[in-house]
Design a protein around this ligand. Structure first.
Ligand code: FMN
Length: 185
């Protein structure tokens, strides 16, 4: 696929089914993720890939984090959290390995991981798979860092749900470039 066209046509897909990319396919995609811009080459990108039955462990972590955050664990909430990782055949946790650096604040390291996540979305689209980036209560808090047994300095910035589109794919929005662009004369 022509690069610029692929970028212009990327579409998030919420309803995802098997198959997920193979190990060989996703490794090619990660190589693109590792080309995200990165101030001082701190390499803040950590991806946790979860497939198949391992998604149950992710659901357990969601429940653990939710309880630790003080949320009342109703039957309804438990059911919702148990199901969440099963919305796609594969989930990639986006975790930022935040380092102390005199010139590179945390926000820049998180932006770099965001750029790498976008490269994953684009790479997946290029090879015929789809994905959606989600956050919600299971991102940006210490409880989920702990529940995933990550070191304290890690920040979970979201999840990529990955698979093959199932059902209707939404129409791409038509945006007016002039709403987003100013050219100085
Ligand atoms: C940082 C971030 C967090 C997001 N979190 C959610 C989310 O929790 N739930 C959701 O439905 N969409 C979320 N989205 C939006 C979707 O990933 C997606 O962008 C949206 O459905 C629009 O589709 P499009 O990307 O094809 O324009 C998030 C996007 C970003 C960048």
């Amino acid at each position: 696929m022509e690069t610029l066209k692929a970028i212009q046509n990327r579409n998030s897909v919420a309803h995802l089914a098997e198959p997920a990319p193979s190990i060989e396919e996703i490794e090619e995609v990660y190589k693109g993720a590792l080309r995200a811009p990165d101030h001082a080459w701190l390499r803040p990108w950590k991806f946790i890939e979860i497939r198949g039955d391992s998604r149950k462990k992710l659901a357990d972590s969601f429940i653990k984090a939710s309880i630790a955050s003080g949320e009342e664990m109703t039957e309804e909430l438990e059911e919702k959290l148990k199901k969440a990782p099963f919305r796609a055949p594969m989930v990639i946790v986006l975790a930022a390995d935040i380092k102390e650096h005199p010139k590179v604040p945390k926000i820049e390291q998180i932006i770099s991981l965001g750029a790498s996540a976008q490269n994953i979305l684009l790479g997946l689209h290029d090879i015929g798979y789809s994905a959606i980036w989600r956050t919600g209560k299971m991102a940006f808090n210490q409880q989920i860092t702990d529940a995933l047994e990550l070191p304290n300095n890690y920040e979970v910035i979201g999840y990529l749900y990955v698979g093959t589109p199932s059902g209707k794919i939404k129409t791409l929005p038509e945006l007016d470039l002039n709403d987003h662009l100013t050219r100085w004369e």
